[in-house]
Design a protein around this ligand. Structure first.
Ligand SMILES: [Zn+2]
Length: 201
């Protein structure tokens, strides 16, 4: 609770009337509990009404502090920060190039096309749709999805999103190990398909 009182000058004729006297022109002081601190200071105001209005403002401010506006991070900003971080981790140029293409070209374009401006706007359904648009082989798609996941993990760790929407996107089924050597001929002959069946079982 804040109170105001008149601090009469030595020459004031109303000095004897005390701090609550309203009709002289002496400075007004403020004293009391304001939020968590105790204050006692001059208001720099001589009008009783203006001082009362000032006190109401101060009390309202301490009860309802203005929320600091934090704008959500845009897709563009998040990608730029992620790539900067990747660069700082000194990953290989090839890997960096792939990250950059997946995010700066593909994800950013997808977001723009879907009117998604901020990172928190991108949900699981969007990412499923995004993945469905890839023309990759399953193996490349798995790697691409891993890049997307690492990006959203970065967003989550940065506090921009509370959950990672990419975490729940299922990886495409890879039916052959990436190192399996085969050519078109072998594929057509059915040797590859047989081995694929073994791996997918
Ligand atoms: Zn006075």
């Amino acid at each position: 609770m804040l109170t105001i009182y008149r601090r009469h000058s030595r020459k004031c004729a109303h000095r004897s009337k005390g701090g609550e006297w309203r009709k002289c022109n002496c400075p007004i002081n403020l004293e009391g509990q304001l939020g968590t601190k105790y204050v006692r200071e001059s208001l720099g105001i001589r009008s009783w009404e203006a001082a009362q209005a000032k006190v109401r403002d101060l009390e309202a401010q301490s009860l309802f502090p203005e929320e600091v506006e934090t704008a959500p991070v845009t897709v563009e900003q998040a990608i730029a920060m992620f790539l900067r971080d990747a660069k700082a981790r000194q990953i290989s140029d090839v890997w960096y190039g792939k990250l950059r293409y997946t995010l700066e070209t593909q994800l950013a374009q997808f977001a723009t096309n879907h009117g998604l401006h901020y990172i928190p706007e991108i949900g699981l359904e969007h990412l499923r749709e995004f993945r469905a648009g890839w023309k990759d082989s399953p193996i490349s798609a798995v790697k691409r999805l891993e890049r997307i996941r690492s990006f959203f993990r970065f967003c989550q760790a940065s506090g921009w999103i509370s959950t990672n929407p990419a975490g729940a996107v299922k990886a495409p089924k890879v039916t052959a190990p990436p190192t399996l050597p085969f050519d078109r001929q072998e594929f057509r002959s059915g040797r590859f398909r047989r081995s694929a069946e073994i791996h997918s079982s």
